[in-house]
Design a protein around this ligand. Sequence first.
Ligand code: GRF
Length: 198
Amino acid sequence: MNLGFLASHRGSNMQSIIDACKGSSLAANPVVVISNNEESGALKRAQAEGIASYHISAKLLGDESKTDERIAAVLSQHDVDLVVLAGYMKRIGPQTLQAFNDRIVNIHPCLLPKYGGQGMYGMRVHEAVIAAGDRESGVTIHLVNDEYDRGAILAQEKVEVLESDTAQSLAERVLTLEHSLYVDTLSRIISGEIDLPV
Ligand code: GRF
């Protein structure tokens, strides 16, 4: 299975998946990385790994529709079977959604449907969990549709929120789980244990 990544920043989830492919614990090929952010760690990681990488953004191309068209074209050119969002901060456009219908997955650092939607990303999610006094948070992996964080949930795992937790300490524990759950979920998709809609 060929994986295409979309990532905006650090790219640590993407890296853990690439490492699993290299270590043969995941039967997949990371074939392309796309970022809207030229300075992203994700693009640097792709270059270091010798994976084709593209900076594609509306700022560069002038509008969202051209950006969407270009992203869909690049993913198709590289024969991507599954699109993996790994900290991608932009909404996926209709052309990409149509071309990869039910073949785009995303990771969110809490238990959706809580704390999802536009504007809920990064440390904001963990701050909201702490502010609400929740005793548990976790990680969700879901299919992507045209609504932020609302596609079908494929996998979810919980993390206890400790009395002593700050948003930062919670984020660190959740991120460790993200890395293993993303690899595990992709592996279950590849083996057919998780059935994606046909
Ligand atoms: C992760 O917390 C992920 O859940 C969210 O964005 C963050 C990306 O981190 N969607 P990284 O770029 O993979 O290190």
